[in-house]
Write a protein that binds this ligand. Sequence first.
Ligand SMILES: [Ca+2]
Length: 263
Amino acid sequence: MRVLIAFALLATGCQAAPSQPKSTTAATLGQVAQRYSYRVVNTYPHDPGAFTQGLFWLDGHLYETTGQEGASNLRRVNLEDGRVLQQADMPANVFGEGSTPWGDQILSITWQNGIGYRWNRQTFQQVGTWRYEGEGWGLANNGREIIMSDGSETLKFLNPDTLQEVRRVRVTVNGQPLPRLNELEYIKGEVWANVWNASEIVRIDPATGNVTGVIDLSGLVRENRGPNQDVLNGIAYDAERDRIFVTGKYWPRLYEIAITPAN
Ligand SMILES: [Ca+2]
């Protein structure tokens, strides 16, 4: 069933209703002068049944939120073997999206359901919800605010207590918008973002929205190309050990990578 859903989504263009073709995204990304490549530091198993929408590192474990109606959940994952240590399912009519920790909670959003969840970080019990306008794609935090993407070029900054928007920036390359910002991570003062259906991660100056660099992960995308595999998505940062993890939807592998200058 999950495979059928995956094929159906691939056939219909998946989670986005793209306002511009993939080639436009590639052209926009191609204008970024600062290019980076990567080196694989470690490779780990990743649940190929996980339609990865949110990914972050906390207290020695990976946390992941998954998508698809009937298969959306929050999970704590053991890095070394990919084992799911704890899981909380979302309602069957909900399509899960990004997630980020905040205090003793985990916040997660949904694609088109307009609802966000507050989870107890330890017990995974749902302790609250909030409503928002528009779509929900990625979530991260900068220690003061929650950062949210919605499928457009906009990053919204939310008050973590009220989850109300306090400001927003447009993410651009030489003034051109870069839409379809997906999974997010806040890394050393920058916002890193997946761009839906692209093989690159972009580095964003959160003050201006300028894309300051592009990391080309097309090698990893090629490694995970298969009949059931979907797009590159998911960035997690272990600040304590300065480790960066990336994966993709239904990918069988998750990688710790080091960023290197492009050749
Ligand atoms: Ca993330």
